[in-house]
Design a protein around this ligand. Structure first.
Ligand SMILES: [Zn+2]
Length: 294
């Protein structure tokens, strides 16, 4: 009696099981469509030659006389970061106006020169200034803010302490008031703390005051290359990193040393590759533009 009952139930149970499998299979196909793994984020880092500074006397780059009487030259790069479909420019160079001056321009104890404008280099990879959503500045010295006026529609990312200082009177050494004047009408996002630009940890602006009050570094996490720390002017050369040299022009010596301490902690913790923008050997170690790191 019981057996017959079980047998009569069997087909119904099998039908139920079949239905259950069908539902699970359909659901998993649907889920795989809806929750498909997102395509990996495309990131690129371009290093663009945005000028050169030649110094008859490098003495100002250390307040402990390490460079006294020595000549030297610094490269001035801009760094262009692609994050998916968006672009961020880190620093803007000496200014495109200088490319038209055959002997460059002598100011701030240096000769500023430029071989090729930033605008034309952007054009060579199919960009115009309005393609750049964010222009982030390590600080507002004129070898970093020379092309602010080229980007009237960008959002400027600048450390909160930087702009009040740069606008103060008399105009601080290294700042040129006409170069930062376009910021009066620019879209601005200043930040008191570190800034994670895209909210995913891949492009972080990190406070490192001392060279100027709002000075920052840039920490990138590139998908293939890994972490890269661009120091801004916390250091100007490999030599200044080794000796923890503090330039005379820096606004705060103690802050500079604290920022160097932070820099060393970051490098230890992340294993980041360090790029000192003004150091020729670091610039030359990067792919020649329009090459890039991924
Ligand atoms: Zn500089």
């Amino acid at each position: 009696m019981i057996l017959r009952r079980v047998r009569s139930l069997m087909p119904q149970a099998q039908r139920g099981l079949l239905l259950l499998f069908a539902v699970i299979a359909t659901a998993s196909v649907f889920a795989s469509c809806v929750y498909a793994e997102p395509a990996p984020l495309e990131m690129r880092l371009y290093a663009i030659d945005c000028g050169r500074l030649d110094y008859p006397n490098m003495d100002g780059f250390s307040d402990t006389d390490d460079y006294a009487g020595q000549t030297g030259s610094l490269v001035v790069p801009c760094f262009l970061v692609r994050h998916g479909s968006e672009w961020l420019l880190w620093d803007t160079g000496v200014g495109d106006r200088i490319a038209a001056l055959p002997n460059g321009e002598v100011k701030q104890e240096a000769r500023f020169s430029l071989r090729r404008t930033l605008a034309s280099q952007l054009t060579s990879i199919g960009l115009v200034p309005d393609s750049i959503r964010y222009v982030a500045l390590s600080h507002l010295h004129s070898d970093h803010g020379g092309n602010i006026g080229l980007f009237p529609h960008a959002v400027f990312l600048i450390g909160a302490a930087e702009l009040p200082w740069a606008r103060s009177l008399p105009t601080p050494e290294g700042v040129e008031a006409p170069l930062i004047a376009p910021l009066d009408h620019a879209k601005m996002e200043s930040f008191d703390k570190d800034r994670d630009v895209f909210g995913d940890g891949t492009v972080r602006i990190l406070k490192a005051p001392g060279h100027t009050p709002g000075h920052c570094m840039l920490l990138l996490k590139l998908p293939k290359t890994g972490p890269i720390l661009i120091t801004g002017d916390l250091f100007h050369q490999r030599r200044s990193l080794k000796g923890h040299l503090v330039p005379r022009v820096n606004t705060n010596r103690a802050d500079t040393l604290a920022s160097i301490n932070r820099f060393e902690g970051l490098v230890n913790a992340t294993g980041a590759r360090v790029i000192i923008p003004h150091e020729r050997q670091d610039f030359d170690s990067l792919p020649a533009f329009p090459g890039f790191l991924e």
